[in-house]
Design a protein around this ligand. Structure first.
Ligand code: ACO
Length: 429
């Protein structure tokens, strides 16, 4: 597998560590035998230098600001492709032919409805529940509704589970939204495309006709595509870890949704827009920037910074274009939130603190602005991210399950607790 070797000297002994060269990216030291041979662990909280798996799906070069899905640059996909085509690419490794895309689209479209009994399940939630809380519960509960796609050892069941989740996540997210605003659930309309159908399920009401605006449907398709996969980020690693124990696919994706909810990850789009609203007016930006630079304030500029991208986020560049298109269409240039966003972006990009720490607006800074203009409440921003990322989670999960030597994920630790000690009886404490 590898002819390069790194040498580790420790306690007078030398150990050979095989070095693997990936197709792209830095070499990787193979430490799998290290504990057995040298009786040491490695320590890497946050996994900043650790590859936990082999993957052929997505590649990111954070310094160059490059994102490739199966080798194809995100900019080219965003310009020429569609969300469902990218789903096919992520799942099966190649761009589909016209016939394959038609067949895949038909398979997804056939599965957009949810089991009717699920409607009652929704009704058990409080109306004011966060839609992410509802989604974690409902997606986890899919295992209770679709028993015929939970056997992870059956490739056909894995495939059906994948299609079901890609098809039903928009329906579930739209239902969570409708439930929270007290409106009736809107059934999917399969004549519409994937993104248009989602807008329809969110914004149509039985009393009126709803016509999907093609510019908004295209922007939604783009938001979905730009969030489709991002290699081993926190939620994807969560899905892999959950899946490594043999858990069913619905449980694994529910775990991914739970992880995505955090404000340092998928919850950032909601947090970013709420922060813009909290700032309120352009004159309050300097005071706010001051706080974001002060570690003791606990304030971060939401929608800025990324663990991997240290120059720019290529998704943000594309998303910014979409934001301009949508805002033009809707004529919302004077919106105060937008003015704060533009000025904040300008100031932060010129500020030494942000430049020296390589903090740039990430995709979520712009996606929130678009979703707000479309009429989504901030609580729906992260569920839309979850819909979009479902295909990435499933592709990575399928890749992991298909691996021959797949093992349960089980990190080790640097123990810093008390050494062994004897129990003290209650009356002597
Ligand atoms: N505002 C102010 N300072 C920041 C910010 C920010 N948004 N992000 C990082 N910093 C500072 C840190 O305090 C740290 O300072 P130090 O070197 O003096 O200690 C330095 O920049 C490096 O940041 P880390 O937190 O070490 O970077 P890390 O890679 O761990 O975190 C993260 C990346 C979580 C995205 C962080 O930048 C952040 O919290 N950003 C805001 C939340 C956000 O937008 N998340 C969305 C991520 S994209 C996505 O999930 C699609």
């Amino acid at each position: 597998m590898s002819d390069k070797v790194a040498k580790l000297s420790l306690n007078g002994n030398t150990y050979d560590l095989p070095v693997h060269s990936p197709t792209l990216g830095p070499d990787v030291l193979d430490i799998r035998k290290l504990y057995g041979e040298a009786d040491v662990f490695t320590f890497d909280p946050g996994f900043t230098s650790t590859a936990a798996c082999e993957s052929a799906i997505t590649f990111i070069d954070g310094d160059k600001g490059e994102l490739l899905h199966r080798g194809y640059p995100i900019e080219q996909l965003a310009e020429k492709s569609s969300y469902l085509e990218v789903c096919y690419l992520l799942l099966y490794g190649e761009l589909p032919t016209a016939v394959q895309l038609k067949d895949f689209t038909a398979r997804v479209t056939n599965h957009t409805m949810v089991h009717e009994q699920m409607h009652y399940f929704f009704r058990g939630f409080r109306r004011d529940a966060h839609p992410m809380a509802t989604m974690v519960g409902v997606v986890g509960a899919m295992a209770a509704f679709y028993h015929d796609s939970t056997d992870i050892n059956d490739p056909w069941q894995r495939e059906v589970a994948a299609i079901r989740m890609i098809a039903k996540l928009p329906t579930i997210a739209a239902m969570a939204y409708k439930y929270s605003v007290g409106q009736p659930f809107v059934y999917p309309k399969n004549a519409l495309d994937y993104a248009g159908n989602f807008l329809h399920m969110c914004f149509a009401v039985p009393a009126e006709d709803y016509v999907v605006n093609p510019v908004l449907a295209k922007a939604m398709d783009r938001i979905m595509m730009l969030h489709a996969d991002h290699e081993q980020n926190a939620s994807t690693s969560t899905v892999r870890l959950a899946g490594s124990s043999g858990a069913n696919p619905f449980a694994c994706i529910a775990a991914g949704i739970a992880c995505l909810w955090g404000p340092a990850h998928g919850g950032a789009n909601q947090a970013a827009l709420e922060q813009l609203r909290e700032i309120g007016t352009v004159d309050r930006i300097p005071e706010f920037i001051k706080k974001a630079k002060d570690k003791t304030s606990g304030v971060k500029l939401m929608g800025f910074g990324h663990r991997v991208y240290k120059n720019f986020d290529p998704r943000a560049t594309v998303m910014k274009e979409s934001a301009d298109e949508v805002l033009d269409l809707l004529g919302v240039h004077n919106n105060p939130t937008l003015q704060v966003a533009k000025e904040l972006e300008r100031i932060a990009l010129e500020d030494d603190y942000f430049i020296s720490k390589k903090l740039y607006p990430n995709v979520d800074f712009y996606s929130g602005i678009i979703l707000d203009a479309m009429g989504f409440p901030t609580s729906m921003f992260t569920p839309i991210f979850a819909i979009s990322r479902t295909v990435g989670w499933i592709s990575q999960w399928k890749e992991m399950i298909a691996e021959k030597n797949q093992k349960i994920g089980r990190p080790r630790q640097l123990y810093v607790g008390p050494p062994k000690r004897d129990y003290i009886d209650l009356r002597h404490r």
